[in-house]
Design a protein around this ligand. Structure first.
Ligand SMILES: *Cc1c(COP(=O)(O)O)cnc(C)c1O
Length: 374
């Protein structure tokens, strides 16, 4: 048995980030503005096609700003998936908005548009679809529902930057540019990361675009004149300097993740004990996670078997939001969201990053198959 260490997630580096950091330092660009920041904005706008992009210090901060910009008020209901990372619901709850959780689709792990429709009340103000694990949720349906009920759509694309969505009419758009606002993350473990926290938000709405930079910078356009209540969600220039080097590699980086996923899919295609992740026909997949569903396999046992062979495996996510202590609510109890409740017990994520070579992938998939034989 060959491999000594396989990393679950390995941040991709160009090797040239440090020279940009030095330049930011020499030029005294330490606050959240300057050349690198502007260049990242221009790059992101041209890459995504959004009319406005803004770097933020996290996706969580971008989500918070979205709710402020859209003037969503305490008590307003915001619909999101119960099968997601906590940040999505956290922001909603912190702003005293009411998170309304809905189930996901079993084959894609993505928010179920029919469930959204059923959860709408007169108090609903927004939908936050999460483009979970790397592909874009059904935005044709979600935008249709939003239009019918006059709701805002805030996309959480922390896991799917670079994913292309194809609308029913054949046109395409990047994930994060399809709703009113899109939010993404450059946390080190995401598909493209800073040397710490980072994020961005996107919009195509001219009114929002006008306000977006002001709100992120304490509500001021002229220093010390505050026209709006704002926040500090600026990204440091040092982080922008790193992003400036890394962003141009995003597509190449996502495509090596896709190749790794194809390798796994092929290796597992004949195993009745594994359900491989599907790629929806209306979205490309950037495989933030490669997530399998186990069929009749004891999850803890396969994880320890893999760990003993130096292969990390993770569970995203072991507990649904509606079962978390902090998000308990009289409206839901165990059994309320059957798909998510099945998934939290059956999913397993395998190592996924751009640096996995064929030898790694073979070793990992052979180890999984070896366990399943017994
Ligand atoms: C990571 C993540 C976030 C939070 O991103 P931060 O930049 O760490 O705030 C939000 N939503 C989803 C789906 C995530 O995976």
């Amino acid at each position: 048995m060959g491999k000594l260490t396989i990393e679950f997630n390995k941040p991709f580096m160009t090797g040239k980030e440090l020279s940009n950091i030095a330049e930011a330092h020499i030029k005294g660009m330490l606050a959240g503005d300057g050349d690198f920041t502007q260049k990242c904005h221009v790059w992101l706008e041209s890459y995504t096609g959004a009319s406005k992009a803004l770097l933020t210090n996290s996706c969580t901060a971008a989500l918070e700003m979205s709710a402020i910009l859209l003037n969503i008020q305490p008590g307003d209901e915001v619909i999101t998936a119960t099968f997601t990372y906590v940040a999505t619901a956290e922001v909603i709850a912190l702003l005293k908005l009411k998170p309304v959780l809905v189930d996901v689709l079993e084959d894609s792990f993505l928010i179920d548009p029919e469930a959204i429709r059923k959860a709408i009340t007169p108090k609903t103000k927004a939908i936050v679809p999460v483009h979970l694990f790397g592909q874009t949720a059904n935005m044709d349906e979600i935008n249709k529902i939003a239009k019918e009920h006059n709701l805002f759509v805030i996309e959480d694309t922390a896991q799917a930057i670079g994913s292309d969505y194809t609308f029913e009419d054949g046109t395409t758009a990047k994930s994060g540019t399809i709703g009113d606002v899109g939010c993404t993350s450059f946390f080190p473990s995401k598909n493209l990361g800073c040397y710490g926290d980072g994020g961005a938000m996107f919009t195509n709405d001219d009114e929002l675009a006008k306000k977006i930079r002001m709100v992120a910078n304490h509500g001021q356009t002229v220093r010390y004149y505050h026209d709006e209540v704002g926040v500090n969600s600026r990204l440091d220039s040092i982080q922008a300097a790193i992003l400036r080097k890394k962003l141009p590699h995003l597509d190449r980086y996502n495509s090596s993740r896709r190749s790794a996923a194809e390798f796994y899919n092929d290796a597992f295609k004949d195993s009745p004990k594994l359900i491989t992740p599907i790629t929806e026909s209306n979205s490309t997949h950037v495989f933030h996670q490669y997530t399998l569903q186990l069929v009749g396999v004891e999850r803890d046992a396969i994880i320890s078997f893999l760990n003993e062979r130096g292969i990390p495996a993770m569970i995203y996510y072991p507990v649904a939001l509606h079962m978390q202590k902090a998000y308990k609510d009289d409206r839901y109890s165990e059994g309320h969201f059957p798909v998510t409740e099945r998934l939290v017990k059956s999913v397993i994520s395998l190592p996924m990053h751009s640096e996995l070579d064929n030898e790694d992938l073979e070793y990992i998939s052979n180890s999984v198959l070896e366990y399943l034989k017994n």
